[in-house]
Structure formats: C-alpha cells, structure tokens
Design a protein around this ligand. Structure first.
Ligand code: NAD
Ligand code: WQD
Length: 337
C-alpha cells in the first residue's frame, strides 16, 4: 500500500513515517518546511535504511501537489500538514484558516480526481473545547475556543460531509491528546522554532540550560496539586495508532472517530518531577498566573480505539521523559545541533 503523508517532516509525521516504513508500507511525503526541515526527512531515511519520494510542496500549490498524484499511485493519505500554535492562531487567524482549510480542500479535491478514497486526519482533543467532565469519550459535545481549534472542527465537518456524498470514501478522524517523547534512537524528536508554547519542550529546554526556569501556569485549579492535568502520550504510540487506523479502517467507507490518548492524567508538577528523574537534574520553576483559555483537566477515554482498532498506548510517562531527554540532550538546538 502506498501512503501519501502530508506534513511528514513534522514532529508526529516524521515518527509516523518511520513506523510506516518499518511495517513495510511505501510512502510518499509532502511538506513545505513551514515548521520543519530537510534534516528530518534525511533522518527518517537514515533510521529506517529506506528511501522514498519527497516533495517540497505547499498544499496550497495545487499545480505542484497534483504532480504528486500524477507521478505516484496513492492508495491512502495520512494528513498531518497544518499550522498548530494555539496562541499564534488568535493573532493571524486568516492564515490559519487559509492554510489548514484551503490546503485540505485542495488535497481532498485531488484525492477525488485521482480516486483516492482513504484519509486519516490529525484532529485534536481541542475539538472538545471545555469538556464538562473527564475522561472524554468521542461522543462528547464539540466546541472550540480559538481559531486553530476551529480549523480542526471545521475540517472534521468538511470530511464528514465529503464522506456522506461519496460512498467509497473512508475518513478516520484521530483526536490526539498531548503528544510528547521522541524516537528511541535519540535522532528524531520535536524541534519547535523559538520559545516553545507547549509544556514538555519548555521543560526540556530548561533541563538543557537554554531556558532559565519553567513557568507553571496556575496552581489553583481543582486538581490534586492545583496544576493543570493532561493526557500525555508517547509520539511513537501515537504514530502506531495511525498504522492501526490504516490497517483496520482504510477500506471501510464512512467516518471513524477515535481518541488517541493513554487514559491517564498527569499534572504539570508530575511532568517536572518525571523529567527531573530522567535528566538527573533539578528543574527550577515558578508559579505564574493561569494561562487564558486553559482548562483544569483533559484526558481521554481511549476504550473505543482499543476495542475497534486493537490499539492502546504502551509507553509510560518515565519512558516519554527519558526519550525526550535523550533527543534534547544530544540535540540542544534540534536538527540544527
Ligand atoms: P508540526 O508543525 O511539527 O508538523 C506539521 C507539518 O506540516 C510541518 O512539517 C509543516 O512544515 C507542515 N505544513 C504546514 N502547513 C503546510 C502546508 N500548507 N503544506 C505543506 N506542509 C505544511 O506539527 P505536529 O505536532 O507534528 O502536528 C501534526 C498534526 O497533528 C497537525 O495537524 C496538528 O494540528 C495535529 N495535532 C498536533 C498536536 C500536538 O500537540 N503536537 C496535538 C493534536 C493535533
Ligand atoms: C499543558 C499543561 C498548561 C506550558 C495544546 C493545545 C492542544 C493540543 C496539544 C494541538 C497546561 C501547562 C504549559 C508552560 C505550563 N495541540 N503549561 N507552562 O494546552 O494541553 O494543549 O497542545 O492540537 O490543542 O491547546 O498543552 O503543553 O501547552 O500545556 O504550566 O510553559 O502545561 O497550563 O496545564 P495544552 P500545553
């Protein structure tokens, strides 16, 4: 099976490419390097010892994207490409809507033209907005609190409508919780540009000495230690979830929706402690006010993915922190180290 991976040079995409190649799928990768670089593509090839076609193409560039479909017989698409920074999306919402929505529309129009009927889409727990309780199941009400989240919810709707109109189309919406960790080799990991927005890369950069201290956003939430609780999932477990989705759902028309999380919640202070253990150093932190828009707790009920896909996360919080540290300590400046 030949799988087109959009955004395959990015954090989750690169780890998924490695798992796909290891499982003997053929892949074709497209990325415009908006938030990644060629070294990530070279690393996928080095880790797996396998080659594949790569196209530096923007999804908004219909003509060049079409060449990918003309030059390769594609059986399924795993669609990671998109802009993902919540805060930035409130400052430049039109760019987020154009990139994420128009890019996906062009991709899906080409899929239709070339009779490609399987898509697995990177959705997010952000589509649950402010959940009324935890753990979250797939049938919870959907809402969003920022333009980034709105692009995910709109794309879920667009893909659902497309599946209703095309009885051959299979759409799998994977709602990721909080991916962290890195490849075991220490050669591949998250490489955020500038100051990280997310907790784990921030903690990792404090541990390696690039940032002074962690700013803990609030310790007055109704949680066991007062700090925010999230469902952190190892990026390799997440990557394997995509293989399961392709294996089980690719040729089943309709819309399939799964939470990809562990079902466990860890607080900000739990993460700092686990990372201290992994790196063998104390991680300085201060308590700051809450970050606007944050929720107290967010974790998944991942039972549907286990039941229907035979998938569950197997890597615990220690392994997530150890693998992040191996990548961060050997690549303090990411792929440019
Ligand atoms: P990432 O930024 O590392 O990867 C996204 C990739 O898409 C990048 O390599 C970027 O260059 C590429 N890209 C963006 N716009 C493009 C375009 N128009 N044409 C071609 N390539 C383009 O992000 P990630 O963390 O790997 O996330 C992958 C997907 O998963 C995204 O859709 C993101 O919204 C979603 N997601 C991520 C998280 C998370 O916390 N990392 C959580 C839930 C969902
Ligand atoms: C985790 C916890 C913060 C940074 C975001 C997106 C979500 C999804 C995953 C894409 C919270 C606290 C954080 C820091 C802190 N992405 N924190 N200091 O907000 O759960 O989810 O990424 O779809 O849509 O919103 O992740 O890593 O930013 O925060 O105290 O410097 O860490 O308050 O409790 P979040 P995060």
């Amino acid at each position: 099976m030949n799988i087109l991976v959009t955004g395959g040079a990015g954090y989750i995409g690169s780890h998924t490419c490695v798992e796909l190649l290891n499982a003997c799928y053929d892949i074709v990768v497209v990325d415009n390097f908006d938030n990644s670089c060629m070294k990530a593509v070279d690393t996928i090839k080095r880790i797996t010892g396998k080659d594949f076609p790569f196209y530096e193409v923007d999804l908004l560039d219909r003509e060049n994207l079409e060449k990918v479909f003309i030059e390769n017989k594609i059986d399924a698409v795993i669609h990671f490409a998109g802009l993902k920074a919540v805060g930035e999306s409130t400052q430049i919402p039109l760019r987020y809507y154009h990139n994420n929505i128009t890019g996906t529309l062009i991709l899906m129009e080409l899929m239709e033209k070339y009779d490609v009927n399987n898509i697995v889409f990177s959705s997010s727990a952000t589509v649950y907005g402010m959940p009324k309780s935890v753990p979250i199941t797939e049938d919870f009400p959907l809402s969003t609190t920022n333009p980034y989240g709105s692009t995910k919810l709109m794309l879920e709707q667009i893909m659902t409508d497309a599946a209703k109109a095309n009885d051959k189309l299979s759409v799998t919406l994977l709602r990721y919780f909080n991916p962290i960790g890195a490849h075991k080799s220490g050669e591949m990991g998250e490489d955020p540009q500038g100051i990280p927005n997310n907790l784990l890369p921030y903690v990792a950069q404090v541990a390696v000495g690039k940032l002074e201290k962690v700013h803990v956003f609030g310790n007055d939430y109704p949680t066991p230690d007062g700090t925010g609780v999230r469902d952190y999932i190892h990026v390799v477990d997440l990557a394997i979830g995509h293989l399961k989705a392709i294996e089980v759902r690719a040729n089943e028309p309709g819309v399939h929706i799964y939470n990809l999380g562990t079902g466990n919640g860890y607080s900000v202070l739990d993460i700092i402690k686990s990372f201290e253990k992994a790196c063998g150093k104390e991680i300085p932190y201060v308590i700051d006010p809450r970050r606007p828009g944050d929720i107290a707790e967010c974790w998944a009920n991942p039972a549907k993915a286990k039941r229907e896909l035979g998938w569950e996360a197997t890597r615990g919080i220690e392994e997530m922190c150890e693998d992040s540290w191996r990548w961060q300590s050997t690549h303090p400046n990411g792929y440019n180290s």
